[in-house]
Each structure stands twice: as structure tokens, then as C-alpha cells.
Design a protein around this ligand. Structure first.
Ligand SMILES: *Cc1c(COP(=O)(O)O)cnc(C)c1O
Length: 374
């Protein structure tokens, strides 16, 4: 059976460094907010070329902290693409705001400026004022933040980048983390920069936002944790996870290059037969996933499953169709999100995927063979 994501190969590669890093934490015993947490924050901020990095317990909390830090009026509208992981809209709702769903682009699968423009227009028709926008870098493709931020600015709305899937990517020579006023990310194991459990971070140039978030993640800590300056939460990155992330960050660029090689090979084999997520010019895709589109998606999936090749559908239902989110406001029609839910699927993908395995996956995908050799 081919694994969908293979973390064992990475572990073989940096296993010794990881063991040493973990042993150092066990030796000093500062499991909460130990020195590795601050060290990792400095290193990730430097890597992204952004002033502040505040880590937290997971990518969903990173979104929640970022939204709360904006101090919007309760019930404010926040534009979210319907085609994303539920956490994006969940964080908006848990922060006391209201998600307003917009559609995405059929080729890039992400929110493009015209999708956002349509959302502002639809909100205005419904007499709703949009206060913030959360574009999502789906599958690792960084959104066009230059255009999205200037459009949001015109409407007086803030922008938070949900970069849970795109760490290591970039656009126009800048890294993800430095593309939007606030960026959130996740270190869930299967993300491009993953730890061995849960983890997340918020990145920003803004000193005031960063210190508000740093306080909120520790119960609204003032001069110490027994003085609260705001209502916070408990959302810290474990020292052990920070120690692991320091080692993984060192190979992120190399792994991204390997991911690109794997993506190009899939693209060469499949691109003339199937729809493939396209990226724009001057974009550095982080390649969290390799995603294709086909009207007969379900039969292709079944054929791959029969051959022992796992696939995933991200996401089988757009958010505006979900039981928990269907009553929230949105643009009138979301045909692209609906079609992508029905037609897209992601293939096995990781930096260590070999060409021979990929060749077999491509052949089964295209129906040229129905089994793989051992
Ligand atoms: C994974 C993910 C999150 C949430 O991250 P967690 O660390 O699992 O909480 C949020 N948004 C998107 C787009 C994601 O893919």
C-alpha cells in the first residue's frame, strides 16, 4: 500500500537531530514555554522575513487569536471562501464574528480578487458591512495578497492569511508570512511544516497585534500570568514540538524543492488529460497537496483505491452546504466551490515520492493499468 503522506522517510533523514533535540528538552525539563519556543519563533520570523512570530497550540487557535486581536465589533462579517477546511469558518464563529462565504476560482481553487469583489458587492446588497477577509492558501498556493489587501483596504476591511497549508511558499519574491498584515499557520503533522502533534503560529509586522496575541495565548497575561490584561485562552506551542520544528525548518526549503519536482512529474503525466490546480506568475507554491479535477472523479478514485492507492477529497462539501454553516450569509451562488467538491481529489504526495511509484499512480489514474507492482 502506498502511503498518502510518508513521514517515515523524513524521520529517517533527520532522525538523529530530532532525537538530540528531544533529549535536550527532556534534560532541561521546561516543557511549557521552554527556550526552544522562543528560538523557533525567532527562526521562523527570520525565515519569513517578518518581525514577529507568536506560536500557539494549533492552526485553528492561530486563526482565533488573529481574529480576536483585530478587536472587531461582535457580529462583524468576515469573508471566508466556501472551499476551505472548516477551521477557517469555525474560528470566525468562535471569535463571535459571522462568516460570509465567497466562491473560489475554478483553476486555482482559491479566492481571487474577483471572488472578493463579488463578496463585497453581495454583502452590500444584503446591507452587511464586511470587517475582515480570510483568504486561504489552499493546497499550498499563496493567494494574491497584494491585490486582495488593496481591495480590502478600499472597503476598510482587515486581511488575515490562512496559511495553514502554505508555509515555505511565497509570491513576488516574498515568503508566506510576510504577504498579509496577519498570517496564521498550522504545524499539524501533514502540513508542509509539521511537528509531531498540534502546533500553530501567527506572523505579523505589527508590534501591537503581536503583543496582544502573545498575551492572549497565555490567559491574557499582563506583567505575569497572575495579572490579566484581557480575556485570553490557554494556547501554547509545547516546547517539545518547538524543538522538533527547529530541526524541520532547516530542511523546509529542500523539501519544498522536492515537492515541486514531484508536482512537476505528476503535471507532465496528467496535465494534458485532467484539470490541475494552476498557480499564477511569480508564485512559489508550497505544494501541500497535488490536486486534480475530473467529472468522473469518483470512478477514478475507486480505480485507485482498488489498486491500493489512497486519495483524499478536500473537501467533499463546501462550507455553505454544511449543516453547521448553511445558515450563514454568502454570495448568492457558489458554483465553483460546489463543482470542486464534486470533481476534485488529491493524489498521494510528499517530498520523498519516487518517480516509479508516481508513474504507476499516473497510469492507474488514467486507466492505463489497474494494479501496481510491489
Ligand atoms: C489544517 C488547517 C487549519 C487548522 O489547523 P490545525 O492546526 O489543524 O488546527 C486551518 N485552516 C486550514 C486551511 C487548514 O488546512
Amino acid at each position: 500500500m502506498i502511503p498518502f503522506v510518508d513521514l517515515a522517510r523524513q524521520q529517517e533523514r533527520i532522525g538523529e537531530a530530532l532525537n538530540d533535540a528531544i533529549s535536550r528538552v527532556l534534560a532541561h525539563g521546561q516543557y511549557i514555554m521552554g527556550p526552544e519556543v522562543g528560538e523557533f519563533e525567532s527562526r521562523l520570523a527570520e525565515y519569513c522575513d517578518v518581525k514577529h512570530c507568536v506560536t500557539c497550540a494549533n492552526g485553528t487557535d492561530a486563526l482565533l487569536l488573529a481574529i480576536k486581536a483585530l478587536e472587531l465589533a461582535p457580529g462583524s462579517m468576515v469573508v471566508v471562501p466556501a472551499m476551505t477546511f472548516v477551521a477557517t469558518a469555525e474560528a470566525v464563529t468562535n471569535a463571535g464574528m459571522v462568516p460570509f462565504f465567497c466562491d473560489v476560482n475554478a483553476e486555482t481553487h482559491i479566492m481571487e480578487p474577483d471572488d472578493l469583489e463579488a463578496a463585497f458587492a453581495a454583502a452590500a446588497r444584503q446591507d452587511l458591512k464586511v470587517s475582515a477577509v480570510i483568504p486561504v492558501d489552499l493546497f499550498g498556493l499563496p493567494a494574491d495578497y497584494t491585490a486582495l489587501v488593496s481591495l480590502a483596504d478600499e472597503h476598510g476591511a482587515s486581511v488575515i492569511a490562512d496559511a495553514a497549508q502554505s508555509m515555505g511558499g511565497g509570491r513576488a519574491g516574498r515568503q508566506v508570512g510576510a504577504l498579509a498584515p496577519l498570517t496564521t499557520t498550522s504545524f499539524f503533522p501533514a502540513k508542509p511544516l509539521g511537528c509531531y502533534g498540534d502546533g500553530g503560529a501567527v506572523l505579523t509586522e505589527d508590534e501591537e497585534l503581536a503583543s496582544r496575541i502573545a498575551s492572549m495565548r497565555m490567559h491574557g497575561k499582563g506583567i505575569d500570568k497572575y495579572h490579566s490584561q484581557c480575556v485570553g485562552m490557554n494556547s501554547r506551542l509545547d516546547t517539545l514540538q518547538a524543538a522538533i520544528l527547529i530541526e524541520k525548518l532547516k530542511i523546509l526549503d529542500e523539501e519544498r524543492a522536492e515537492r515541486e519536482r514531484v508536482a512537476e512529474f505528476y503535471h507532465d503525466g496528467l496535465g494534458s488529460h485532467l484539470g490541475i490546480q494552476t498557480s499564477g506568475v511569480d508564485v512559489k507554491h508550497a505544494w501541500a497537496q497535488f490536486t486534480i479535477r475530473a467529472p468522473n472523479r469518483d470512478s477514478i478514485r475507486a480505480r485507485l483505491a482498488d489498486a491500493g492507492i489512497p486519495t483524499q477529497v478536500y473537501y467533499p462539501q463546501p462550507l455553505h452546504a454544511q449543516e453547521a454553516y448553511k445558515h450563514f450569509p454568502r454570495v448568492d451562488e457558489l458554483p465553483v466551490s460546489e463543482r470542486l467538491s464534486a470533481e476534485s481529489m488529491s493524489l498521494p504526495f510528499h517530498p520523498y515520492l519516487e518517480k516509479d511509484t508516481q508513474r504507476q499512480i499516473i497510469d492507474v489514474t488514467l486507466g492505463r493499468r489497474d494494479r501496481i507492482s510491489a
